[in-house]
Design a protein around this ligand. Structure first.
Ligand SMILES: [Zn+2]
Length: 393
């Protein structure tokens, strides 16, 4: 199948400027030709032509932190323990909603009973309309410190076994959780985090030895410090990272996935559905810590990849534009936020053939009715979504 996106403003995801009046030809799911619109030599009768005028073409967006097993919203925690058939069917709907919002690749970083692995497999087989999903299987956490439906361990050997079990089940990456949920701060007088530096070093070694990336949930000052120094591939949330932590992350080449939609949604629901004051207060603390951490991360040169945590908190699926807006509020240029949602995300996820619009790459692309480099809100103005060259929205 051949497709021509004709006479469009092209932003290729590499971090360079957008180019006007370009055309992109797709053949058999890959980008076959890119050039000036006037230079295209083919026969219009034999290709499907999409009018690109007054539009901007960007690479398919990547959300590096989602949970399709929960819909988000005010009751998101309860939704993770719904009956499994319900979770599974809903995950299919949520993945499709995500795809329609321009997300052509997503990292699902934790699901009860490894639902995300099945979802990723079904998507890969072309049986459902969903992003290309990289799934972490189940969260791995120290016994009694995280959710009851996580895979739990106490000793190093148990931790190694838990990681091997996820790999054998078909996970694409490993996800460990150092501290509690984003919504539940650890009590001030709580003892040290039992998932300590030594155990995290075991997890990083075990994952890397098997050739897998490891993502680490850290959302309070102690867990942020442990994770930043551990050499994890990505630190998720990172709301209380300090300068010395960020320097360590830069040195270790760890990505930060800020997930600011977490507190943004919490603040919304604390007004909209009368949440208890404690939850509003927690959201306010997260907001302050998060904005300071992301602003400092930008200055320190830490690599940032976009992740919404849709489903894993109150944030709903299909709202990737909001996360990009929050990144810009912390001082990122629109172009850098877009890099965080495309080529940088691809590097973190390990998708060599996606993340940019270049000849030979897989044709995952989003066509917008506005220019996101001028105003990031343009990410909501979706004209079309292409996945492996097929129009899916
Ligand atoms: Zn999450």
């Amino acid at each position: 199948m051949r497709l021509l996106i004709d006479d469009v403003q092209l932003w290729d995801g590499t971090g360079s400027s957008a180019q006007p009046k370009m055309s992109v030809e797709v053949r058999d799911g890959r980008i076959h030709w890119i050039g000036s619109a006037s230079q295209w030599q083919g026969n219009r009768a034999t290709v499907r032509v999409v009018d690109g005028r007054a539009r901007t073409l960007i690479p398919g967006l990547m959300d590096c932190h989602v949970h399709y097993s929960s819909p988000g919203g005010p009751e998101w925690i309860a939704r993770f323990t719904d009956p499994l058939p319900e979770i599974s069917m809903r995950a299919i709907e949520l993945a499709e909603a995500s795809l329609r919002s321009g997300v052509t690749t997503a990292r699902d970083v934790g699901a009860p009973q490894g639902v995300s692995i099945r979802l990723a497999r079904t998507a890969r087989a072309g049986e459902i309309r969903a992003p290309n999903i990289r799934a972490a299987g189940t969260w791995i956490a120290h016994r009694g410190t995280y959710v009851s439906f996580a895979s739990q361990f106490a000793e190093a050997d148990e931790l190694r076994n838990a990681i091997r079990t996820e790999i054998e089940a078909g996970a694409d990456l490993i996800k460990v959780a150092l501290a509690g949920w984003n919504e539940g701060a650890r009590p001030k007088d709580a003892p040290e985090i039992p998932f300590d530096k030594k155990l995290l070093a075991v997890a990083v070694e075990e994952a890397h030895k098997a050739g897998f990336k490891i993502a680490c949930h850290a959302n309070d000052p102690t867990s942020c410090r442990i994770a930043a120094h551990a050499g994890v591939d990505s630190l998720e949330h990172g709301m209380f990272l300090e300068t010395s932590d960020l320097e360590a992350m830069e040195k270790n080449k760890s990505y930060l996935v800020p997930t600011m939609s977490v507190w943004d949604a919490m603040l919304y629901y604390s007004r909209a559905v009368d949440w208890p004051e404690a939850r509003r207060k927690r959201a306010e603390d997260l907001r302050q810590g998060s904005r300071a951490a992301v602003t400092a991360a930008i200055k320190a040169g830490v690599k940032i990849a976009l992740g919404t945590d849709a489903g894993g908190g109150a944030a709903r699926h299909g709202r990737i534009a909001r996360e990009a807006e929050l990144m810009i509020e912390c001082g990122m240029e629109p172009r850098d936020a877009l890099v965080g949602a495309t080529s940088n995300a691809a590097k973190l996820i390990g998708e060599d053939e996606r993340g940019t619009i270049e000849e030979g790459k897989i044709a995952d692309m989003v066509l917008l009715d506005a220019n996101p480099l001028e105003s990031i809100g343009a990410l909501r103005m979706i004209a079309a979504v292409f996945q492996e060259g097929r129009r899916v929205a």
